[in-house]
Design a protein around this ligand. Structure first.
Ligand code: OXD
Ligand code: MN
Length: 590
């Protein structure tokens, strides 16, 4: 029998909602989270006692834990993710759709009695700096203490703030989550943007279960943003200070597992550091962008922590991440050394004794860490974290960057000729799939603005919304396209990437400042010879020209394919994008 629910002083609408979910799911007890470190320690100790968390070596990794998820539950499940609007067209062809009443009925059946013997945790959180007018509220109800620990690090769990703002009439996103039986055949992630509600069943992993992240801060928030005149985007936010100490802010959209965290935490190479260049981190995954009274676009990071991909992280690729991964981290699905240290592919030191499933590891078994293994860590632990991430107003964005993982065609960097072309190039972005979502990896797919899995409404309306936001700005950011992932005939990457990407950021900043010209490659403006600083890089002339070429035939085929892709969003595709595509095709042929 379900235990009686005792409530702290919380608003009546919240209490009623919790009580109804408790009646449906039948937990043995309800725990109202206070967000304190004592609560984190208590829950971590409980999970350790249950064998669901493994404390790591306290001498090398104090307050660090390893969690092994179910082997069938290791990534976001896009094929089981639905947007449930009253009208099918609102969700668009970019989302799987169910009528809300049908989705609710299915979820009610799954949730029914699913928490017997378990604890129901109530996690009230703020997304964004709590004093920011752009911050938003959510409450996740979950039966996973692992989820609670992650939300402690990823969001601001502030019950008093949340309850008092709700009592004052503010809306909040209602998230319901149960790990259920972790059966992939009984797993769904449902979104009801019109109700500001999320229901997730059957997964304990990442974006499926930490509802504040992809479900709230992107799918539901993108819907809210459209109603309210702002943008919720899958973007990192970084601050770059030039050698003269001038600050610029860049928001960059890349698909999952394409290096957003590494770019956000970039450490410039020694010559740049010596000259005074500095990069600091405001966010690594999500940006909420608001037109400001000054006609610029202002960004906040709604999150308070990082849930980053671990494999490939090393002192060479991301020294800032390595510095923050030594203490107070939850690792998920990494390997383990004999002396209890986390291990993953890309680390130069240590040898794994166990793989991510806890099996004794031998080389012939392949990777010890799962390719989508993750770290969860509070953002303030990152040495490059900027205090401006706590600024209620956010930071003014000077440049928007779109980037995908493409072996060919897309040059290292180019600039869109205006906002409309930027929206077109963003809408047409394509990238090779990665292990962040279940399914085949390395398959090229269109991923508009890196939002294919995350836009909570029809992409045709979304592109129109982008055009409108641009038109409302007196000083819109420049829009750029980058591609760190061009490959040569031997399959190797042509561009060194990581810290060396500062060279591309420098060109972007110099373009924004109006300091350098660019040549017109029709699909975009590209660096003039000598403007992209390359001293100290072992790049031969032919590699460089491949990185910065515009292959007109290749682009003609690309534009034709983009046209076919965009046809899928008719009749809601903005005519202005269609016109610009036609104009580009003509210019390329001419
Ligand atoms: C993420 C993702 O976890 O994009 O950030 O999958
Ligand atoms: Mn992401």
């Amino acid at each position: 029998m379900a235990a009686a629910v005792t409530m702290p002083a919380i608003p009546a609408n919240v209490a009623e909602w919790i009580a109804a979910f408790a009646r449906l799911t039948g937990p043995a007890r309800v725990h109202f989270c206070d967000g304190s470190e004592a609560e984190f320690d208590m829950l971590a100790a409980r999970l350790v006692a249950e064998g669901k968390l493994i404390p790591l070596n306290p001498d090398t990794h104090p307050r660090c834990f390893l969690h092994r998820s179910h082997p069938d539950d290791v990534a976001r499940v896009e094929h089981l993710t639905f947007v449930c609007t009253r009208e099918r067209d609102e969700a668009g062809p970019n989302n799987q759709w169910l009528p809300p009443e049908q989705a609710h009925a299915r979820m009610r059946e799954l949730f029914s009695g699913c928490m017997r013997g378990r604890t129901l945790y109530v996690v009230p959180y703020v997304m964004g700096p709590p004093d920011s007018p752009y911050s938003r509220l959510g409450i996740e109800l979950t039966d996973s203490a692992y989820v609670v620990l992650n939300l402690h690090r990823m969001t601001r769990v502030l019950p008093d703030r949340v309850y008092s703002r709700i009592a004052g009439g503010e809306p909040f996103v209602r998230g319901l989550h149960s790990v259920g039986e972790l059966d992939p055949n009984r797993r769904f992630i449902m979104h009801y943007p019109e109700e500001l509600a999320i229901e997730s069943y059957g997964s304990g992993y990442g974006g499926n279960a930490l509802l504040a992240k992809k479900c709230h801060a992107l799918r539901i928030a993108s819907w809210q943003a459209r109603q309210e005149g702002w943008l919720a985007e899958h973007m990192l936010i970084l601050r770059i200070e030039t050698s003269e100490g001038e600050p610029y802010h860049i928001a960059a959209a890349f698909p999952s597992a394409c290096g957003k965290t590494n770019l956000a935490m970039l450490v410039p190479p020694p010559a740049y550091r010596a000259a005074g260049w500095r990069v600091s981190t405001i966010g690594d995954d999500i940006a909420w962008l608001h037109p400001g009274a000054d006609g610029r676009l202002w960004a906040i990071n709604p999150e308070a922590g990082f849930f980053g991909v671990v494999p490939g992280t090393s002192r060479a690729t991301n020294p800032n991440a390595m510095a923050m991964l030594g203490e107070d981290v939850i690792f998920t699905n990494v390997g383990l050394t004999a002396d209890g240290q986390p291990w993953w592919e890309g680390l130069s030191e240590g040898v794994p004794a166990y793989d991510w499933q806890g099996r004794p590891w031998r080389r012939e078994m392949g990777p010890a860490a799962h390719p989508n293994a993750r770290f969860t860590v509070r953002a303030s632990r990152c040495p490059s974290y900027s205090p401006l991430a706590e600024s209620p107003a956010g930071v003014p964005i000077d440049a928007i960057v779109f980037g995908g993982r493409r072996a060919d065609l897309v040059p290292l960097v180019m600039q869109a000729q205006d906002w409309t072309q930027g929206v077109l190039l963003g809408a047409a972005m394509a990238s090779e799939t990665t292990a962040a979502a279940s399914g085949a990896t390395g398959v090229l797919r269109r991923d508009p603005m890196a939002m294919q899995p995350f836009c909570g409404y029809h992409f045709g309306d979304y592109f129109e919304h982008w055009l409108r936001i641009g038109a409302s700005l007196r000083s819109p950011p420049g829009v750029f396209l980058v591609n760190w992932f061009r490959r040569g005939t031997d399959g190797g990457f042509l561009w060194p990437g990581f810290g060396e990407n500062i060279r591309v950021l420098e060109w972007i900043v110099r373009r924004v400042r109006g300091e350098v010209g660019a040549w017109d490659g029709v699909v975009g403006w590209l660096p003039e010879e000598g403007d992209l600083r390359l001293e100290g890089l072992a790049l031969d002339g032919s590699t460089l020209s491949r990185l910065l070429e515009v292959d007109r035939e290749g682009w003609a085929a690309e534009l034709a394919d983009i046209g076919r892709f965009l046809d899928g969003f008719e009749p809601r595709l903005p005519e202005r994008l269609r016109e610009r595509l036609r104009a580009l095709k003509r210019a390329l042929a001419g």
